[in-house]
Design a protein around this ligand. Sequence first.
Ligand code: 3PG
Length: 209
Amino acid sequence: MTDNFASVLAETRLLPVLSVPSAATAGPLAEALAAGGARCAEVTLRTPDAEEVLRTMAAHGGLTVGAGTVLTPEQAERAVAAGARFVVSPGFDPDVVEKCRELRVPVVPGVATATELMRALRAGLDTVKLFPAETLGGPAALRALAAPFPGMRFVPTGGITADRVPAYLGVPAVLAVGGSWMATADHLERGDYAEIQRLTALAVARSVT
Ligand code: 3PG
């Protein structure tokens, strides 16, 4: 993985993952994340407003914004057109990877097994998401899975909370930690941007190298 997204991830080692029900909240959300010290954010394509959210958050300018839950090449294309600067998938699909290459955006596909890692390696990738990280066995599982793949960097995501961040970042193969705990649907529903900023700042404090 090259370019700005890789350096942003390497710098803060934190990827907030967002499912945003209403585009109306995207502006204040971007503001709260940036004020908390986040440098990037993944907008999952799990809500009807996701493309509009991407557009709004990308326009904020303070964050490198990408798309998550990208399941098809068509979704990758639409997300990039809406302003996504990187693409994340829950699993490994070579067609999505190929499309992202065509579009010249970094892609971070999900893996959960050594077989999927071998596929990612053969596709020329050097960074993958481990998903769902906590259910798969957390940092211990990640360490074991990473051992045969010395060049591969991981972004563990799925079930991670603030208290678990240091344990993941203690694994040398981990590039950054992802998760939604900093900005949940509940925070957004309550409009609690102060809490989003507080949780983001706390996570940044735990993750910056
Ligand atoms: C993802 O899409 O990466 C995950 O759903 C985020 O996982 P979390 O909500 O458990 O943090």
